[in-house]
Each structure stands twice: as structure tokens, then as C-alpha cells.
Design a protein around this ligand. Structure first.
Ligand code: ADP
Length: 679
């Protein structure tokens, strides 16, 4: 197949391109498409490169799952073009020569209906050969392979998951069966041509004709897309998705044959091109906000929360920030950064200002536009300067306040949450709670707010509880917020450590995120009530008054208990730190606990998994004096056969705790011997 590239010349209303280009052709040539064959790039084997496996899979995903949302290809290409212009504008602050004689940054969409070719082009930063290969031939974002794995093969129905990904440039292949990208990097003389059919791979070679600065993405439309794309449709799509893009977007249409010689209509601007964040709030519709979020975050989901405010006074700036509903696929990638772009008086400065938001808000995206910083602000000032630090403080406060408002307004999932139902705060928490809890650890200043925002599983019921709920349900005489931590809330519900608390009707938080053990090391209390682990030290619930509880169970017969405990200690030796009667058990015979000052069982397991702990530290074995087995054993503490039972009890306690048994062979031998006795 011969590859035809339709090139449009520059319309009169725009400033001329840099002088390395041929002089502008006379206007009558405006729409005379000038064809270039790029077949050479396809046949030259050294120019052709197969796609990486991930690219091929993303392409397959995009083409096969998103066909219903075809229009978004335009939004993706316009977003990229607008980012490219932002980058050039920023670089030109220190190197004004980069703008050359073409300083009006803009985006053009050019439609040639007859040829079935649509071109989206910008005069932004452009790409050289290496950029083209790196950006359009690979998918560098780590975690992509894992994400694709999660998507599964075959039927791609899970659009929500794709929403976490952002497909970008590859969306072009939803409407085109051949895409040619012509690009020249600002400051370079050589233009490059990248071409692909979106199936096998791509080719890159030096462009045969002069390429203006920036990037043209030339789409050779598929038949169904040809029928679908009229100028009116394109205009409506740009209005809908890209009205807020802060650069002019021009639409040019090649006139019907025969009209060519006439003075052609110049491309017209079809978007408003004013920075959305700078407009008065009352003039911005929900739809516009949503589209801006999609553009700024490269995301597809509904924003869960939004903060839009202008600060004036000591510091002047505007912030428009969004919290997503869906967890981005790379939320736990250590390289992931927040998605907030810093502008200075509407000029894009950087999307890498780490000091603008704390790590625990790395799911937030949007724009902060400062009036106080200099356009040529240094990297150093951005990362460590006072202006950024002060903006951060205010922004974090606003975001947390907005989350608190949402938590109040729509706390729970609707009984039958339809596709379009507003996402609840709990849904947000399920996506981002784990990350927000990192803030409990890192951000002492906002800790009280974060504690109010936090939700937990608890023994109160299957749903989420807040600490305020918990505190309101605390029993008379209960002096601490009780919790146990472990791998999953469901498994924790059956833990023997809960037995006494349950008998007294005392609620216990079930903490199942590894991060819980970290913040609990820093956060001592909630409104003066200390957090206390039920798997650590001794737990005294004797002061808790519970009207509904049965009278204290008949005190277990203590006869022989001391002697039994002495026997168990002797039998277990160094394997345990201590053996003692338990006040936390009701139904179970034994459990393991950590010392009051020791580290919690789960934390230790976590550290061991990460190679920070060599071996299990010694535990305290607690026995339940009321349990029939313990009572029976206490009857004959001198029986030598109890030594084997002691080991069985310890192993049983380890199993309940999710620990491995150090000597499974011995365990099995003892177990069989005792079972044989019982038959
Ligand atoms: P994303 O925009 O999410 O990074 P894309 O697949 O859309 O992913 O684009 C990949 C990269 O290609 C961009 O990050 C950018 O570096 C580069 N790119 C895409 N379009 C353009 C363009 N019009 N001008 C300059 N660079 C571009």
C-alpha cells in the first residue's frame, strides 16, 4: 500500500514558520495537498521496529474496548499537543530563540474529507528521532505489564480499569489504520517521520520534506470513521472535551474539489482558549470541570471531589484540584508523583514540583497557578522555597476539608449503587484510604483531620466505622481505643484475642493494612483515648461496665493453675518469653501475645518478610484458665505427658496467629499420639 501523507500549508492568519522552511506558497495553493510517499520508511528494514509487547497489548485494548468512545481520540491528541506547547513555552523562558519567528503557540485540526485524512498539529516542543522511538514505540510507565495482566485477555469489558490507565496517543488507532507523525524538535533542523499501522510496529526516518517546528499527527481514517467525522462533529467534540485548553484550537477544512483555486476559508478558532481555573466559578459547568479533569489528569473516571479557589493576600494563587474516584494503576509505584501542574501567571512551569503536595495525596491532580513566583523560577526555589511550602499548606488544608465535607454529605454506598450514582465517601476510602493513612504517619500537623477522615473495619458490623463512631460507642469504664492488626479483617474477626472484648460488648478495630502498624507507632491517641493493641501486653477490661453482659462467668477454679503454668514454662523453655493466665480469652484455650513494650505480632511479621528481622522474637503464651482442656491439665500438673501437650498448645497458638510452625514433623508426631489416646 502506498502511504500518502497529506500536508497542509500554513494559513495566512498565522505567523510564518521559522525561516528554514521554504517561503509560504501563494494562497491559492493553500489546500493543494502535497503528497509525500513514506513507503520508503516502511520498506527500509533498518527503519522498521516491532512494537514492544506492552504496546501491542495496549493497542489491542484500546482498539477493541473503547470503540464506543471513539471521540476521545481527539481529546487525547489535543491534550498531547497542548502539553507540547506548554513545554515549549516554558523552555523558551530561558531560550527565547526556540520560538523563532513562530511564537504564537496553537493547535490546528485539519480535515481533508475527500482523502479521509485528519491532521492534529501543534507548534510546540516537537520530538526528535529518539523521542519518537521512546514515546511512541514503548510504554515506559512501570506497572503497565501488571496492569495489563489485571485487565485479562479476550473480552475487554472492564472500562473502569482502563480509566485508571489513560491510553493517550494510541487512541489515534481507534479511528485510523495508518498514523504518520511528522515532528521537528524546537531548536533542531531535522524533521522526522514516524509511521505505523498500529499492528506490527513502526518505522522512523528522516522526513523527506521540511517539517515545521512541532508535531503533526496525520490520521488516515478508517472507513467508518470517515463517514462519522464531519467538521461540525469535530467542532462539537473540541467544544465538549477541549474548550478549556488554554491555547487556540483552529479547525481547517479542505474545500470541495473545484473550490481550491478560490480563496480558501482560513481555519477558525473553535475553543474558548481561556484557562479554566482563571474563570469565575459561576461560569463553569460541571461538565467543563469534568473534562478539564480528564485533560489534566489524563484520566477517564469521574472526579470524586474538587477544590477550586483563588487565594489573595500574602500570597496570590489559584488552585483547581481533583480527587479521582478510581485508583490509578500505579498508585503504589514508588516513582508515582502527584499530578498537580504548577503554572506562573498561566505559563506552565513544571509538573514535577514535589513540594506542592505531600506524598500521601499523590492521587490528586490539577493546576496551581501562582502570581508570586518568577517565570524563571529556579528548580531549587520550586523544591525548597517558601512560596511553594506555603501554598502546599493551604492546599492540603482545603483538600482535607473538602474530603471531610464529602464524608459528611455522602458517607455510605447507596443501597443499589447504579453506574451513575455519585460515588460515596466509603468508595473513595476503599480506593485511597491506604494512601491517606500514610499521612497519619508523616503529617503531624494535619493528623487530627486525617484521624477524622479515616475509616476502619471493626467488630461492630461488616461496614466501615470512623473513630468518632467508635468513641461514641465506647463503654463506660473503657479507657482505650482497642484494635488488633493482621493480614485481613475477615480473618481477624475470628481471632481469639477478641474473645474477652466481645463478651463485654466492647468494639475492636480490625486493622489490616501494613501501614496501620506504622502510623500506630506515631499516633498515640484519638482525642485523649490511647490506641491499644489486644495482641500486646496485658489487657484489662475489668473496669468496663456493660449492662447487657452476663454476670462475670464463674471464676475458673484456680487449683493447680500455678503448678500447671510452672510446668508449661519448664517444658517450653526458651521458646516462649513467659506463660501466664489470660484475661482476653473466653472460648479458645491459648493465644500468643507480644510484650507491652515489644513490637506487635503483625509488624514483626512484616519486618521479617522485608528482611529486617532474622527470627521470631519470643512471645508470651497466654492460657485460658476456664477452658476445659486447661482445667483438665491443671488437675495433674505433674504428669510428664503434659510436656508434649505444652508444645502442641504453643504450635496451635502459632497457627491461629498465622505463624509457621518451626518443627512440623514434631507437631504431627505429637498430634497423632494424642489423637490415638483419645480414640
Ligand atoms: P501521555 O501523554 O499519557 O504521556 P501518550 O501516549 O499520549 O502518553 O504520549 C506519550 C509521550 O509522547 C508524551 O508523554 C510526550 O512526551 C510525547 N508526545 C505525544 N504527543 C506529542 C506531541 N504532540 N508533541 C510532543 N510530544 C508528544
Amino acid at each position: 500500500m502506498e502511504l500518502i501523507l497529506t500536508n497542509f500549508t500554513v494559513p495566512r492568519i498565522l505567523p510564518p514558520f521559522p525561516p528554514i522552511l521554504e517561503p509560504l506558497p501563494p494562497l491559492s495553493h493553500l489546500w493543494r495537498a502535497h503528497s509525500t510517499t513514506l513507503e520508503r520508511t516502511r520498506t527500509m528494514s533498518e527503519a522498521f521496529q516491532p512494537f514492544e509487547a506492552d504496546v501491542a497489548r495496549v493497542l489491542d485494548l484500546v482498539i477493541n474496548s473503547l470503540y464506543k468512545d471513539k471521540d476521545i481520540f481527539l481529546r487525547e491528541l489535543v491534550s498531547n499537543a497542548s502539553d507540547a506547547c506548554d513545554k515549549l513555552r516554558y523552555q523558551s523562558l530561558s531560550r527565547p530563540e526556540l520560538l523563532g519567528t513562530d511564537p504564537e503557540l496553537r493547535i490546528e485540526i485539519l480535515l481533508d474529507e475527500k482523502a479521509g485524512v485528519l491532521t492534529v498539529r501543534d507548534n510546540g516542543i516537537g520530538m526528535d528521532r529518539d523521542d519518537l522511538v521512546a514515546n511512541l514505540g514503548t510504554i515506559a510507565r512501570s506497572g503497565t505489564a501488571r496492569f495489563l495482566e489485571a485487565m485479562g485477555g479476550g473480552e475487554h469489558k472492564n472500562l473502569k480499569l482502563i480509566g485508571q490507565f489513560g491510553v493517550g496517543f494510541y487512541a489515534a488507532f481507534m479511528v485510523a489504520d495508518r498514523v504518520v507523525v511528522l515532528s521537528r524538535k524546537a531548536g533542531d533542523d531535522t524533521g522526522w517521520a514516524w509511521a505505523s499501522d498500529g499492528r506490527s510496529g513502526f518505522s522512523v526516518s528522516e522526513a523527506e520534506t521540511a517539517v515545521p517546528r512541532g508535531t503533526s499527527v496525520v490520521l488516515h481514517l478508517k472507513d467508518e470513521a470517515k463517514a462519522d467525522l464531519s467538521p461540525a462533529k469535530i467542532e462539537a467534540t473540541v467544544r465538549r472535551y477541549s474548550d478549556h485548553v488554554a491555547l487556540p484550537i483552529l479547525l481547517g477544512v479542505k474545500p470541495e474539489a473545484g473550490a481550491e483555486e478560490k480563496e480558501a476559508e482560513a481555519p477558525r478558532q473553535v475553543n474558548r482558549a481561556s484557562a479554566l481555573w482563571a474563570r469565575p466559578k459561576a461560569e463553569i459547568t460541571e461538565e467543563q470541570y469534568k473534562e478539564f479533569y480528564h485533560h489534566a489528569a489524563h484520566a477517564w473516571d469521574e472526579p470524586f471531589a474538587r477544590v477550586h479557589f483563588a487565594a489573595e493576600g500574602a500570597l496570590s494563587y489559584t488552585a483547581l484540584l481533583f480527587v479521582p474516584t478510581e485508583r490509578p494503576f500505579d498508585l503504589f509505584d514508588p516513582k508515582r508523583r502527584h499530578g498537580v501542574k504548577l503554572y506562573v501567571r498561566k505559563v506552565f512551569i513544571s509538573d514535577e514540583v514535589e513540594g506542592l503536595l505531600p506524598r500521601y495525596l499523590r492521587f490528586v491532580s490539577g493546576v496551581v497557578d501562582s502570581e508570586d513566583l518568577q517565570l524563571n523560577v529556579s528548580r531549587e526555589t520550586l523544591q525548597h522555597g517558601a512560596v511553594v511550602a506555603r501554598m502546599k499548606k493551604a492546599i492540603v488544608r482545603r483538600l482535607l476539608d473538602e474530603l471531610a465535607r464529602k464524608a459528611k454529605a455522602a458517607p455510605e454506598a447507596e443501597a443499589k449503587e447504579g453506574e451513575d450514582a455519585d460515588p460515596s465517601y466509603e468508595r473513595f476510602w476503599e480506593s485511597f484510604g491506604v494512601v491517606l493513612k500514610e499521612g497519619l504517619y508523616e503529617d503531624a500537623e494535619n493528623r487530627p483531620k486525617l484521624l477524622e477522615l479515616a475509616r476502619f473495619r471493626s467488630t461492630h458490623g461488616p461496614g466501615w466505622v470512623s473513630l468518632a463512631d467508635y468513641a461514641a460507642r465506647m463503654k463506660e469504664g473503657q479507657d482505650a481505643v482497642l484494635y488488633i492488626s493482621g493480614e485481613s479483617a475477615e480473618a481477624l474477626r475470628t481471632s481469639p484475642h477478641l474473645e474477652a472484648a466481645r463478651a463485654k460488648g466492647v468494639e475492636v478495630l480490625l486493622l489490616d493494612d501494613p501501614v496501620d502498624d506504622f502510623w500506630l507507632g506515631e499516633v498515640r491517641d484519638y482525642e485523649g483515648k490511647p490506641f491499644r493493641s489486644l495482641t500486646k501486653g496485658s489487657v484489662d477490661l475489668s473496669k468496663v461496665v456493660d449492662g447487657a453482659a452476663k454476670p462475670e462467668e464463674e471464676r475458673a477454679d484456680q487449683t493447680g493453675l500455678d503448678a500447671l503454668i510452672a510446668r508449661l514454662k519448664a517444658a517450653l523453655g526458651d521458646e516462649v518469653k513467659d506463660v501466664r493466665p489470660s484475661s482476653r480469652l473466653r472460648e479458645s484455650a491459648v493465644c500468643l501475645v507480644a510484650e507491652e513494650a515489644g513490637i506487635d505480632l503483625r509488624m514483626e511479621r512484616f519486618l521479617r518478610q522485608h528482611g529486617q528481622f532474622e527470627q521470631l522474637s519470643r512471645r508470651i503464651l497466654e492460657v485460658n484458665p476456664a477452658h476445659p482442656l486447661i482445667r483438665e491439665m491443671a488437675q495433674k500438673p505433674d504428669d510428664a505427658a503434659l510436656d508434649d501437650l505444652a508444645h502442641l498448645l504453643l504450635d496451635q497458638a502459632r497457627i491461629i496467629e498465622g505463624e509457621a510452625i518451626p518443627d512440623p514433623g514434631a507437631f504431627s508426631r505429637r498430634m497423632s499420639a494424642w489423637l490415638a489416646k483419645g480414640i
